[in-house]
Every structure is written in C-alpha cells, then in structure tokens.
Design a protein around this ligand. Structure first.
Ligand code: HEM
Ligand code: HEM
Length: 169
C-alpha cells in the first residue's frame, strides 16, 4: 500500500490546473461557442484566451516540475496511469496551441487585444474544428481519469487520492 505524496508544487499545480481546465471546458462549450460574434463577446474571449494560454503554460511547468520532483513510488498499474497522464497533458497542450492558431488565423487576437474586428463566425476555420474536437476528447479523458482515481480510492482502496494531497498520508 503506497501512501507517498507528490511534491507540494506538483500537487498545487495539479489542482490549480484541474479547476482552470474544468472552467475552460464548461465556459468554452456552454457560453463562448453559443455567443454570436458581436462586440459583447470580446470580453469573454479575452478571458478565455488569457486563461487558455495559462493552462497551456501550466502543462509546460508541470512537465518541468516532473523532472525536478519525480513521482512518488509506483501506484498499481503504473504504465497505464503514466500513459494516461501523458495523454492528458498532450491534449491540453494541443488545445492551447489550436486556440492560439485560431486566434491568429481568424483575426480574433487582433480584435480582442488591438481593436480589430471579429470574423463573422469561427466555424469555417480549421483550427476551430480541431479545438472543438479536442475539447470533447479532453472531456472524455478527464472523465476516465476521475473515474480511475475514484476506482482506486474506493474499490481498490489503495488511498490513491492521498498521493495528490487529499486525505491523510
Ligand atoms: C476531480 C478531478 C481530479 C481528480 C480526483 C484527480 C486525481 C488525481 C490523482 C489521485 C493523481 C495521482 C495518480 C497517480 O499518481 O497514479 C492525479 C495525477 C494527475 N492528474 Fe489528476 N485529478 C483530477 C483532475 C485532473 C485534470 C482536470 C487534469 C488535466 C487535464 C489532470 C491531470 C493529471 C496529471 C497530468 C497527473 C499526473 C501527475 C502530474 O503531472 O501532476 N487531473 N490526478
Ligand atoms: C487548454 C486551454 C483551452 C481550453 C480547455 C479551451 C476550451 C474551449 C472550448 C471547450 C471551446 C468551445 C468548443 C466547442 O464547444 O465546440 C473553445 C472555443 C474557443 N477557444 Fe478555447 N480553450 C483553450 C485555450 C484557448 C486559447 C489559448 C485560445 C486563444 C488564444 C482559445 C480560443 C478559442 C476560440 C476563439 C474559441 C471559439 C469560440 C466560438 O466558436 O465562438 N482557446 N475553447
């Protein structure tokens, strides 16, 4: 039974990123994608772009921290868990990259930060399709990730959540 924890900076970034990404996925699909591209959308787009860039940056910081602070001694199905974590990081990184490409290509970056005009619609831009598709992949992977964590915690009972700082050591 392992009860070792990740290093404090990795735990802090994991939960900060988790809240941020949940917020981005929910507001992106429920609010942003539903709004017509009028002037009123600029404010929400600005927040989305800044926070989305931050989410991408956090993935890079997390990869850097992974080198400085290796993961605690192995959980049960270590290879599968590791592959899942790499995949999660990659999908979030590609979401940030496709978002930035979309903002550049559509002129949204110019509209949001430099007073340009928004395109009539984002739908015709390829990075928009990639961004939307990846958001669904991210939702699916996160659901599997959370279910796997709960499965370990409550069915295997190996206190996996304590590795990420939840509950006693
Ligand atoms: C309620 C939501 C979440 C729970 C309960 C949770 C739980 C956990 C636990 C227990 C671990 C340690 C697993 C191990 O060491 O084998 C872990 C690691 C990890 N989680 Fe989550 N997680 C959540 C949300 C997220 C989200 C939204 C993301 C990103 C999309 C994410 C990405 C990762 C990554 C990349 C790792 C590997 C360690 C690291 O790089 O910090 N998690 N998670
Ligand atoms: C990891 C970070 C990000 C996440 C999780 C995320 C999430 C989302 C989601 C869920 C949608 C709606 C997709 C749909 O329902 O089809 C969306 C749309 C969008 N995102 Fe992101 N995003 C991220 C980063 C970015 C960045 C960095 C930018 C630009 C700099 C950006 C720009 C946009 C734009 C322009 C839209 C289109 C809105 C529309 O169709 O009206 N995103 N994003």
């Amino acid at each position: 039974m392992q009860t070792f924890r990740y290093a404090k900076p990795r735990i802090a970034i994991h939960w900060l990123a988790a809240v941020l990404i949940a917020f981005m996925l929910a507001t992106g699909s429920l609010v942003l994608a539903e709004l017509p591209n009028t002037l009123e959308k600029i404010g929400s787009l600005r927040i989305h772009m800044i926070l989305g860039g931050l989410a991408g940056l956090l993935v890079l910081i997390r990869i850097g921290l992974g080198r400085a602070y290796p993961a605690p001694a192995a959980a049960a199905s270590e290879k599968l868990a590791h592959a899942g974590h790499v995949l999660l990081n990659l999908v979030i990184l590609f979401m940030a990259i496709s978002g930035m490409l979309l903002a550049l290509q559509s002129g949204a970056l110019d509209a949001v930060f430099f007073g340009g005009v928004l395109p009539e619609d984002f739908k015709s831009f390829t990075p928009r399709k990639v961004h939307g598709l990846l958001s669904r992949v991210a939702m699916g992977l996160i659901a599997v990730h959370v279910l796997a964590a709960l499965y370990h915690q409550f069915i295997v009972r190996d206190r996996l959540l304590s590795r990420m700082g939840l509950g006693a050591r």
